[in-house]
Design a protein around this ligand. Structure first.
Ligand code: GLN
Length: 220
């Protein structure tokens, strides 16, 4: 596959912010560039105000929740999400976007942009990280190799949430079999895994397409 270089990223068109309080920020910026969109780092409310969409990367959701408060981003971010800004949360980012967090810390807050209940570190301490091939609804080109790192899963979804991927139902998967690990609600996407780490850009391409479409038709 020929990937566009950074020079190929247009000077106009939407700008995707990457929340840069913590976590693997650069990998998401590279993925966005390879999908042909501009990106910028977001740490302050004024930077959030300047972006058309936001990626919330993986990291540690308890820390990120605290940093969102410290950096005065919690309320502006809630407002932008309520107004329909497209967002993509990977792993800790998906936890932050959810309505309810199980096994969180008492002071942990979330943004309630996805009508889902997630469980932190759901796959258990003994499986710190693992990989799996997932059937991912709507993505061309076959299964997606997914990297899970102290990952959450989704335990409940609301009626407007589309389930995009589940852990395969293999006998070795144990209690993880069939668990929901990718979801979408309107312009908000969540994955329990880290597509920025594999070089397969299809999940970021899906998000970039959601961002482009949101300019044509607002999403709520
Ligand atoms: N376990 C982390 C949390 O609860 C998420 C891990 C990750 O983002 N890779 O926030």
């Amino acid at each position: 596959m020929v990937r566009p270089t950074l020079d190929a990223v247009p000077e106009n068109g939407p700008v995707v912010g990457v929340l840069a309080l913590q976590g693997d920020v650069r990998e998401h910026q590279r993925a966005i560039a390879e999908c042909g969109l501009r990106s910028t780092l977001v740490r302050r409310p004024v930077e959030l105000a300047g972006v058309d969409a936001l990626i919330l990367p993986g990291g540690e959701s308890t820390t990120m929740s605290r940093l969102l408060v410290v950096f005065d981003l919690m309320e502006p971010l809630r407002t932008r999400l309520a107004e329909g800004m497209p967002a993509y949360g990977a792993c800790a980012g998906m936890i932050l976007l959810s309505r309810e967090i199980l096994d969180g810390t008492p002071d942990q807050r979330s943004l309630a942009a996805l009508d889902v209940v997630v469980r932190r570190n759901a796959f258990g301490r003994q499986v710190d990280s693992f990989e799996a091939d997932l059937e991912f609804s709507g993505l061309p080109g076959g299964s997606v190799r997914a990297v899970f790192i102290r990952a959450p899963w989704v335990e409940q979804v609301g009626s407007r949430v589309e389930v995009l991927a589940r852990v395969p139902d293999a006998p070795t998967a144990g209690s993880a079999a069939g668990r929901i690990v990718a979801i979408r609600q309107g312009c908000v996407l969540g994955t329990a895994f880290h597509p920025e780490l594999t070089g397969d850009r299809r999940v970021h391409q899906l998000f970039c397409e959601m961002v482009r479409q949101s300019r044509v038709r607002a999403c709520r």
